[in-house]
Design a protein around this ligand. Structure first.
Ligand code: HCA
Ligand code: CU
Length: 462
């Protein structure tokens, strides 16, 4: 079980990223060559230890893209996934990757319903394909598929058979996501003792436990953990790169040189290429995860962010937000008012809070708050003929950026539209002659077809 000393030991562990293999098995996802190259390059820069690039046997375009990625000469070793067939192994051997990942279902359910094969026959098959692949000089990761539902004695035999046939590493696949942290811990520590192969783990997220199980495997001495960016994969996906890497760094103090500051950018890139977007409260990269809302929280965070933050936004190139709406208290409203460049006395702050709390609308937006503050303070922006904002926009998919740009260009109140790199695709400059019009314009942009998400910053002086 979990040993206390592991918690502080910071021992290193490897990460294999499978966004380009498991990730592309997500419903509705297909990467093109250019996207594969960009994802692989970014993963290598981030510092994963192995990149699983796909199975060249799936389609001609995947085969060609794998070749292109392998021709990049990245410093990170590449692995091709392969069925346990000679044809597929022959194909992988042409891809010029260091690793091949072979897999065979070992649970009784797999043996009976997928292969109709007794255990002894499965061991023969595993030996045969591993020997065949080692003739090509490939490093072999052998995965016991559905390992987490495989009889433990047989599973041990499987890995030892794989080792005897020439496998370099073994992998424990929790193919249907039935493990728990405690079961993972017992399974991994048992297998680390009973097999001679360095072991990997591949945790599916059917119960939302994929990251917790991967962490339990780390504590129990696993050599490598499989992940995907944004947790993509079959059904509910697998362990998420950002959550795993940041947990290992922050809780276990591991010494791996992962560039965690790249995570938001990597996540945004994969969101765009996959068309699968994260929830706003997705850990680490979600839009809201460095925002503080309730009065009790914001007043404490303004004194010291440590009060309600374990992770610091600066570590990821992100910013903390102090939100102001009906939950806000004195500290947040004072903070916001002074950010606007205004001074307010206690009575005015009280009045502002009261108006915010008693607004008879479902939401109180930043624009509404500005309006209330300026009304209470007797400052009128309504007639300044100068209400401006920067609106950052992410398109649903790369292909829609131009359509959006063309749409925005027709809009006289959008005075500039720039394509930008990173989480957002476009930055718009919007200029109107009243806050009300600006508010309407931003609402319109938000509801436009192919706009995935927006972030609006009101220009205070300019
Ligand atoms: C699959 C199943 C797999 C294989 C893992 C591996 C699993 O989609 O082929 O080969 O390491 O979860 O068991 O992803
Ligand atoms: Cu899988």
């Amino acid at each position: 079980m979990v040993e206390g000393h592991y918690l502080a030991s910071g021992f290193m562990v490897e990460i294999l990223d499978s966004t380009l293999r498991e990730g592309e098995q997500t419903a509705g996802v297909s990467f093109n060559s250019d996207e594969r190259i960009k994802i692989a390059t970014a993963l290598s820069k981030f510092g994963v230890d192995i990149i699983e690039v796909g199975n060249p046997g799936v389609s001609e375009d995947i085969k060609n893209s794998i070749k292109e990625v392998s021709n990049l000469g990245l410093k990170t070793p590449l692995l091709c996934h392969s069925l346990a067939t000679k044809e597929n192994i022959d194909l992988v051997a042409q891809m010029n990757t260091e690793w091949i990942g072979l897999f065979w279902g070992t649970s009784d359910i797999s043996l009976k319903y997928k292969f109709n094969m007794p255990r002894a026959k499965a061991l023969e098959k595993i030996t045969e394909v591993i020997e065949y692949a080692s003739n090509y000089g490939l490093k072999i990761r052998f995965t016991a598929e559905d390992a987490s539902r495989t009889d433990i004695n047989f599973l041990t035999k499987v890995y030892n058979t794989a080792k005897a046939a020439g496998a370099t590493r073994g992998s424990i696949a929790d193919t249907v996501g039935n493990l728990t942290p405690r079961k993972t811990s017992e399974l991994v520590s048992g297998l680390v003792k009973s097999t001679k192969l360095p072991l990997h783990i591949h945790c599916h997220n059917d119960l939302g436990l994929a990251t917790a199980n991967a962490i339990a495997a780390y504590e129990a001495g696993i050599t490598l953990i499989d992940v995907t960016v944004n947790g993509l994969g079959e059904r509910a996906g697998i362990t998420t790169l950002d959550e795993l890497a940041v947990s290992l760094k922050k809780i276990y103090n591991v010494k791996n040189g992962w560039k965690i500051e790249m995570l938001p950018e990597l996540s945004a890139m994969v969101e765009r290429y996959s068309g699968i977007f994260n929830a706003n409260h997705k850990p680490i990269v979600g839009k809201n995860v460095f925002s503080h809302k309730a009065g009790v929280h914001t007043s404490a965070v303004l004194k010291n962010p440590l009060t309600y933050e374990f992770l610091r936004p600066e570590e990821f190139g992100r910013e903390r937000a102090i939100l102001v709406d009906k939950f806000a208290g004195t500290a947040a409203v004072k903070h916001f008012t002074s950010k606007l460049g205004h001074k307010a006395n206690d009575a005015q702050i009280k009045e502002i809070i009261s108006q915010i709390k008693n607004r008879n609308r479902k939401f109180c937006t930043e624009f509404d708050v500005i309006k209330i503050i300026e009304n209470v303070l007797g400052i009128s922006r309504e007639n300044t003929r100068n209400a401006q904002a920067l609106v950052f926009v992410t398109a649903n998919h790369d292909g829609y950026i131009n359509d959006l740009k063309n749409g925005f260009a027709k809009h006289p109140e959008i005075t500039n539209c720039l394509e930008i790199a990173g989480e957002y695709d476009l930055c718009l400059h919007a200029k109107t002659d009243s806050v009300r019009k600006l508010n309407l314009l931003v609402d319109k942009i938000r509801s436009m077809e192919n706009v995935q998400k927006t972030n609006t910053m009101v220009i205070l002086n300019g």
